[in-house]
Design a protein. Structure first.
Lengths: 487, 228
């Protein structure tokens, strides 16, 4: 399995994503919880998105049917994944698209750098792509002296601020319009302060139009890749995705290997449930189906199209029946919109490319459990994520599984890189002891008798528990004694 | 061994013990249960409500009179140059003199995009294309750009005019791609378009005119005397 790849060497944009230690994670969460501005802005934004999603599913029976269908399509596609990838490659190649495979982020960046160098590219304009964030594409290009400019308005704002996206669908959700107004006034030449949203968007439009015109290469993600036709599908509202995939002479698309579906018709229900779950839109402004480069008789479109298929730990999730469900994800972000923990701490505290519930179940495969073993514990297991997930990923179940993987004693053939990274022998011993006591009525009775008798001895500081809670103390009377007194 | 072979080998070697085959997804069952059996006019009405909710303008007209309507709309919007594909059936019906009388210069697309890129980005006010069809459920246009009607026509100019025949409106996206057998042959680039470009990336406030057209104007033609 691939080890997490260090990217610290070229960390020029925000903090590098790949190395947030468990201790640092605790600190970040703590900071986020104490940030009042963040709390109110995320609360408001998530309430808004939840209401919009709910309004898209007035007919419960349609939602039930569409969710089951979407789950079935994703599971069916995954069941044939290696075959579908080969079919996709064959059809794309026939259509004139160059297909590349990368096991690690470094391999993917090297492939794209090579393409950029061949075209002597100075500027790459980017449509929204979380996979490009996952591999720290911008750093890799900057290190090689090639500009990589985000063109999705939210991503552009975040890049201008030297930050990372805090939400997979709405990258700048943590920023107010006043903050963005100050940012533009400071960073965009010739722009005066305005906090009028329309005016701000027009500023972004002007700046980026020039770049679409100049850039040699456009980069995009992929929402669905269709094996039977060799087609890449992109969902967007702004038109920047179309610009990036249409105007520059080279288009590079990058995607995780799990995004493939067999038939073109499979994208119809997935597309519908994606936009409705994500932002509560019946449909996005654009759905862009790309099946090849400009043909001899065509007048526009890129002359060269490339697709980079990235593994980066996905094949590890694939190998286990339960963990494989992680790959059903269509990246709608509904799980984060409905997550009480995400709403409290925001997207940056997680320190991973993908925050929120999906981030907690997918990052351990991408980065290994050494670095991510605390992530699955950032959850109340309330179950909201699993209930809204359009492809029915049992996220809470997977969180419990990953907690187990992180705590289990290291195993000779681990299912996951970094298994047992959170293992502490004493804690494990205490839990095993407790399990024994709890399983035997005699032992349990003796234990509770002792506990209520010696309750005065319970310490007032109880490790992690008392950081934010009052100490636990056994009751003076056991439940069984109280019951006995009543009868 | 290449990265490709290693990835495929990993996927195959580690294929878990999931009982195969996983059942084929039943799309027909889902969509058939929601079939509305509606008339062309009802479909048009649904399409219209949908796309208007995304801030597109819709004008319904009789088949014979759309070129006139287009010239008038161009004048109203102050379009001084309209770029279009002259070789399409719709393009052939545009009369330069009629547009010139209203102050709009008709500009047929000529050459490769590289030849006209600067004009396309800075001079052209509006683009005109045909729609292949539409989707009633969501208020969505289907565009299949072609050599005669390049894809940037519907993307770069600030205003996009689209001609749609009401008879080509399908109930759902699924119905459209099934009925027309899209899987049997797609163009290099096919598009679904629902309104002018927009974004809500600043404080969830919706703003139109992000990177694509700021205005989308749909001319729907009917043969049933339903013009309004
Ligand atoms: S896990 Fe489900 S809810 Fe979360 S982003 Fe993926 S598809 Fe959406």
């Amino acid at each position: 399995m691939n080890a997490p790849t260090p990217h610290t060497a070229h960390a020029t944009r925000g903090k590098p994503i790949a190395f947030v230690s468990a201790e640092a994670l605790r600190e970040r969460v703590h900071e986020a919880i104490n940030d009042d501005h963040l709390r109110s802005s995320f609360r408001g934004a998530m309430d808004f998105l939840m209401a919009k999603r709910a309004a898209q599913f007035p007919d419960e029976s349609e939602l039930v049917s569409l969710r089951s269908l979407s789950e079935a399509i994703r599971q069916y596609s995954l069941s044939k994944l290696p075959d579908l990838l080969e079919q996709l490659e064959a059809n794309l190649t026939r259509n004139g698209v160059h297909v590349h495979w990368a096991e690690t982020p470094d391999e993917a960046n090297a492939i794209m750098l090579d393409i950029a160098r061949r075209h002597q590219a100075k500027l790459i304009v980017k449509g929204k792509s979380m996979v490009s964030e996952e591999i720290e594409f911008n750093h890799a290009m900057e290190a090689a002296g090639i500009g990589a400019l985000e063109s999705d308005m939210g991503e552009y704002i975040v890049q201008l601020a030297g930050e990372k996206p805090s939400h997979i669908i709405m990258p700048a959700i943590h920023k107010t319009k006043e903050q963005i107004a100050r940012l533009f006034a400071e960073k965009v030449p010739g722009v005066d302060y305005t906090d009028n949203v329309d005016a701000l968007i027009q500023i972004g439009r002007q700046v980026l139009r020039e770049k679409f015109e100049q850039a040699e290469i456009g980069l995009s993600g992929v929402n669905f890749a269709v094996a039977e036709t060799g087609t890449l599908c992109l969902v967007e509202n702004e038109g920047n995705g179309r610009m990036c995939t249409t105007v520059p002479k080279v288009h590079i698309a990058i995607t995780g290997i799990e995004k493939v579906v067999e038939k073109l018709e499979h994208v119809a229900p997935l597309y519908s449930i994606l936009t409705r779950s994500a932002t509560g839109q019946a449909v996005s402004t654009y759905f862009n189906l790309i099946s090849g480069p400009r043909k001899a008789d065509e007048k526009d479109g890129p002359q060269e199209v490339h697709l980079v298929l990235l593994d980066n730990g996905r094949s590890q999730a694939y190998a286990d029946e339960q963990l494989r469900k992680t790959l059903q994800c269509i990246r709608c972000g509904a799980c984060m919109n409905h997550c009480p923990v995400y709403t409290r701490i925001g997207g940056h505290a997680y320190g991973t490319t993908y925050p929120g519930p999906i981030g907690k179940i997918v990052s351990p495969h991408m980065m290994g459990l050494e670095q991510t073993h605390l992530l699955p514990t950032l959850s109340t297991l309330c179950g909201a994520c699993g209930e809204v997930c359009p492809v029915k990923i049992p996220i809470p179940e997977l969180l419990v599984r990953l907690r187990g993987e992180a705590q289990s004693a290291p195993h000779p053939h681990p299912a996951m890189v970094g298994q047992g990274a959170g293992y502490r022998p004493l804690v494990s011993f205490v839990w095993r002891l407790w399990a024994r006591i709890y399983a035997q009525p005699g032992a349990y009775r003796a234990f509770t008798w002792l506990a209520s008798r010696f309750r005065a001895l319970t310490p007032s500081r109880q490790s992690g528990w008392t950081v934010a809670r009052t100490p636990l103390k056994p009751a003076p009377k056991r439940l069984r004694d109280m019951v006995r007194e009543r009868v | 061994m290449s990265a490709r072979d290693r990835i495929l080998a990993k996927l195959r070697a580690n294929a878990p013990q999931i009982p195969l085959p996983v059942p084929t997804p039943q799309l027909d069952a889902h969509y058939a249960a929601r079939d509305r059996q509606e008339s062309t006019l009802d479909r048009l009405a649904r399409f219209r409500t949908g796309i208007e909710s995304f801030h597109a303008d819709v004008h319904v007209t009789l088949e014979e009179s759309w070129p006139e309507l287009l010239a008038r709309l161009c004048a109203e919007k102050g379009v001084s140059s309209l770029l279009y594909g002259a070789a399409t059936p719709a393009g052939q019906r545009l009369d330069a003199a009629a547009f010139a009388a209203n102050g709009t210069a008709l500009r047929p697309w000529a050459g490769q995009v590289e030849d006209i890129k600067a004009d396309l980005f800075h001079k052209v006010d509006a683009g005109f294309t045909q729609a292949r069809g539409a989707i009633a459920e969501t208020g969505t246009l289907i565009l299949w750009p072609s050599p005669a009607e390049p894809r940037t026509l519907s993307l770069v100019p600030p205003i996009h005019f689209v001609l749609l025949d009401a008879a080509t409106i399908h109930p759902t996206f699924f119905d459209a791609l099934r009925a027309e057998n899209w899987a049997g042959g797609l163009p290099t680039n096919a598009l679904l378009v629902s309104g002018p470009s927009k974004t809500a990336d600043i404080q969830q406030t919706l703003a139109y005119g992000a990177h694509g057209p700021k205005e989308l104007i749909v001319l729907v033609t009917t043969r049933e005397g339903a013009a309004q």
